[in-house]
Structure formats: structure tokens, C-alpha cells
Design a protein around this ligand. Structure first.
Ligand code: ZN
Ligand code: ZN
Ligand code: ZN
Ligand code: ZN
Ligand code: ZN
Ligand code: ZN
Ligand code: ZN
Length: 293
């Protein structure tokens, strides 16, 4: 009897232990479910904590980092300007470091970058204040400054004397011609084709005329040297001697024109027709007829 009682009691204890295990196990499942729920809640896309009244979760104000989704004391917050998205300093620093090593600039806020929002909501960019706040190495800081400068300015370099200077991006974009930054060099060149632009020798107009295909320069040379282009085929012709009756020598052009006024007299190969046209031009049409060459 005693042995049976002992055995029965032992069974009861065993039962109780097993029951306790079940309770304990259930309790764990419940806890795990709760943790999963909390994580799902935290992972919900954007948590906006109003800046004026931070959500007070305990004694110290906290915020949720948009990257690691952990809660951090508010003093660890790194806020991106423009959008106000909040990150913990560690996450933001890692993010900026990876962009810096890729040489990417400007650096857009990671949430804004991932967002497919096309409603024109302002997008945030990492500014210098965040770089100052997060504390980078001197090398990383220099790299940032370099990227920042390159973004807002362009290097102007003179091919002739080798001197260079930074100009603002707006000036660079709006300019058509560049003057060498050195005061000892008078090199002027075209932004588009890079060709040197010779200053006009006649100071009639201050504008430096240039066209990338050279046609403006050629026209200026023509007018400067007194050359005329054949009105029939635009071939430049220099008259060195003889009368003002020019017969274009380009085969098939057959244009006869007046070197005085540049007008076409006739396009013909018929000598009788040509003579008549000339007489008519010099007797009436040409205002320069009779003037010295
Ligand atoms: Zn974080
Ligand atoms: Zn953002
Ligand atoms: Zn120069
Ligand atoms: Zn040009
Ligand atoms: Zn011609
Ligand atoms: Zn003649
Ligand atoms: Zn004429």
C-alpha cells in the first residue's frame, strides 16, 4: 500500500510537472506571437512622428529609425532636410558612407529614393549639416566637399596657357564663349566646339562672331578682304583685276554677277543674252556703277 501510494503520488507530481511544461510552452507561444505582432506593426511603411509633439513612449522621448526600425532616444535622430524622414545616426552614417565610396552626389534620402510617390511630394537630400553632425573621417569629409563643389561648379581650363578656375554651374551653362581666367592670356574659345575665336580685327562690332562650322568666320574674312560669293553657287571669288563683270568659273554654274553690288546678272551661256543683261544692269540697276573699285 505504501509503495502504491508513493507511486501514485509520484505520478501526480509527474503530471503536475508535465502540466507546468504545457503552461510554460503555451506561454512562450503567446509571447512569440506578441513579438511577431509588434514586429509587423513596426515594419508598417512610414511612421511619421510629428516634430512638434514627439511621441513619448517612456521617460526619454524616442523615435523609430526608418531603416533598422528600432526605437532610439530622440537625441540619436538624424533628420533629412526636405522630407523630414528620421533615421538613427548609425544607419544614416552607413548609408552616406556607401554613397561616398560610390562617388554619388547628391545623396537622396533612402526612404524618398525607394518611394514610388509621384505626387510631387518634396524629396529630401543629405546636406552638409548631416555630414557635420554625424562625424566622418577627414578623408570622407574632403570627398564630400569635393563632390559638393563639383555639383555646383565647373572647371574652366584654358588649353593655351593651362590655367584653370572654377565657375558657377549657372554661368557655365549660360555662357557660349569662354575667356581665359588668367589676365595674362587673351584666349577666347567656343564652349561647344572648343575652337579658338579670333577677335574681330575691325572694331565695328564688339560681338565676337563665331559659328562652330566656321561659316561666320569665313563670311567675316570674305567681307574683310572684299571677297564676294557667287550668288549662284556661293563659291567665294576674289577679284584681283579686270572689270566688275564676274563670270563664275565653277563648272555648270554659269552665273554672271556684278562684283560691285553682288547681284546676279544672268545665268546663261548665250553671249548675246549676257551682253544685253550687263548693259541693262550697269545702265539702270547697279547703284555702284561708275564708282571707283
Ligand atoms: Zn537605424
Ligand atoms: Zn525622405
Ligand atoms: Zn589662357
Ligand atoms: Zn563653336
Ligand atoms: Zn557660281
Ligand atoms: Zn567686263
Ligand atoms: Zn551691280
Amino acid at each position: 500500500m505504501l509503495l502504491w501510494q508513493l507511486l501514485a503520488e509520484e505520478n501526480a507530481v509527474q503530471d503536475a510537472i508535465e502540466l507546468h511544461h504545457v503552461i510554460d510552452f503555451d506561454g512562450n507561444v503567446g509571447q512569440q506571437l506578441q513579438i511577431l505582432n509588434e514586429e509587423a506593426h513596426r515594419a508598417s511603411p512610414v511612421q511619421i512622428v510629428p516634430e512638434e509633439e514627439p511621441e513619448v513612449l517612456s521617460d526619454t522621448p524616442k523615435f523609430s529609425c526608418n531603416v533598422c526600425l528600432d526605437e532610439h532616444p530622440l537625441e540619436d535622430v538624424a533628420v533629412v532636410e526636405g522630407c523630414g524622414h528620421e533615421f538613427c545616426r548609425d544607419c544614416m552614417k552607413d548609408f552616406i558612407e556607401s554613397k561616398l565610396s560610390d562617388g554619388q552626389y547628391p545623396v537622396m534620402c533612402p526612404i524618398c529614393q525607394a518611394s514610388r510617390d509621384n505626387t510631387g511630394a518634396p524629396r529630401g537630400y543629405v546636406g552638409r549639416y548631416l555630414i557635420d553632425q554625424l562625424g566622418f573621417t577627414q578623408e570622407q569629409y574632403n570627398k564630400w566637399i569635393e563632390l559638393e563643389l563639383n555639383q555646383h561648379s565647373m572647371t574652366l581650363e584654358c588649353r593655351r596657357c593651362g590655367s584653370s578656375s572654377l565657375v558657377s554651374r549657372e554661368d557655365f551653362i549660360s555662357a557660349e564663349i569662354f575667356h581665359c581666367p588668367s589676365s595674362e592670356c587673351d584666349h577666347v574659345w567656343c564652349k561647344r566646339c572648343g575652337k579658338t575665336i579670333e577677335a574681330a580685327e575691325d572694331d565695328e562690332d564688339d560681338d565676337v562672331s563665331h559659328s562652330c562650322d566656321g561659316s561666320t568666320e569665313f563670311a567675316r574674312l570674305m567681307s574683310h578682304s572684299g571677297w564676294k560669293a557667287c550668288p549662284g553657287c556661293e563659291t567665294p571669288i576674289e577679284k584681283t583685276e579686270g572689270c566688275n563683270h564676274i563670270t563664275c568659273q565653277v563648272s555648270g554654274c554659269n552665273t554672271h554677277f556684278c562684283y560691285k553690288c553682288g547681284e546676279t546678272i544672268i545665268r546663261s551661256t548665250d553671249n548675246t543674252e549676257i551682253s544685253a543683261a550687263w548693259r541693262s544692269h550697269f545702265s539702270a540697276d547697279c547703284p555702284l556703277y561708275g564708282m571707283p573699285l
